[in-house]
Design a protein around this ligand. Structure first.
Ligand SMILES: [Zn+2]
Length: 251
């Protein structure tokens, strides 16, 4: 797979990112980046957002201030060929790209969000310290019997069909245990791909993967589900850190 090859000549490439529809992926990613910046999820150009729209993968670029992101900053990749069909001249593609592609390939996701949230980082440090063992270990964060767990689906793309009684069929219930694998960080973000894919295979019900001392990758079948899950997880990570500070167990 050669992501660095120059894009095929396409005079209409800019049409891929120009739309008056606020929910067009290029506009939506810019809007989400601004919102996530205010949450401290994408500080200092860290983190990222990607949306799959049919066979087109929209990706926020590397090195751009997330709160200033513009639709014309977006890279667009053809999912089948893995070649860029639109590439801004002066920007670099995101190092998160192979990680986002893993969510599309292995979970059939429609959106993937990567945050550098301090709550996610702190949870990985608490797992590393083994202070919540045996239910949470160096390689696994577990929490249960917290209402917000119901905001998370099985595998990250579980059905949002509503059962009798109002329960989302594909989502975890109050008495289910949420388990999120933790992988070790690497010097270069793209080198996380193999361990992230291995964690996805080992934990097919996980809706996210935590990266030690770094952040979290969360996905969903569409933007709404991915955003709901990113928010629910951040709530749970923060709660877990506060619970730990009060001497309470997560499970
Ligand atoms: Zn990162």
């Amino acid at each position: 797979m050669d992501n660095t090859a120059p894009p095929e000549k396409d005079e209409n490439a800019d049409a891929l990112v120009l739309s008056t529809d606020p929910l067009h992926p290029a506009n939506h990613i810019s809007d989400l980046c601004r919102r996530f910046y205010t949450l401290g999820w994408v500080t200092g150009t860290g983190g990222g957002v990607s949306i799959r729209h049919g066979d087109h993968i929209y990706l926020a670029p590397s090195g751009v201030q997330k709160e200033m992101m513009q639709p014309t900053d977006m890279f667009v990749m053809d999912y089948r060929t893995k070649k860029y069909i639109r590439q801004p001249a002066v920007l670099k593609p995101s190092a998160c790209t192979p990680l986002f592609l893993a969510a599309y390939t292995h979970r059939n996701a429609g959106c993937c969000i990567h945050t550098h949230s301090q709550w996610a980082v702190l949870v990985t440090l608490l797992c590393e310290s083994n202070l919540q063992s045996p239910t949470s270990t160096r390689h696994l964060f577990s929490i249960k019997e917290i209402e917000q767990i119901k905001g998370l689906s099985r595998g990250g793309t579980g059905s949002s069909e509503i059962a009798e009684g109002g329960r989302k069929l594909g989502n975890l219930g109050f008495f289910d245990t949420l388990r999120i694998p933790v992988i070790e960080n690497t010097a270069h973000e793209e080198d996380l791909k193999d361990s992230l894919e291995a964690a996805m295979r080992e934990w097919p019900e996980a809706c996210a993967v935590l990266v030690r001392r770094h952040g979290v990758y969360v996905w969903g079948k569409d933007v709404v589900q991915a955003k709901t899950q990113a928010e629910s997880l951040d709530y749970l990570f923060r709660l877990a850190v506060e619970m730990h500070g009060l001497g309470l167990k997560w499970v």
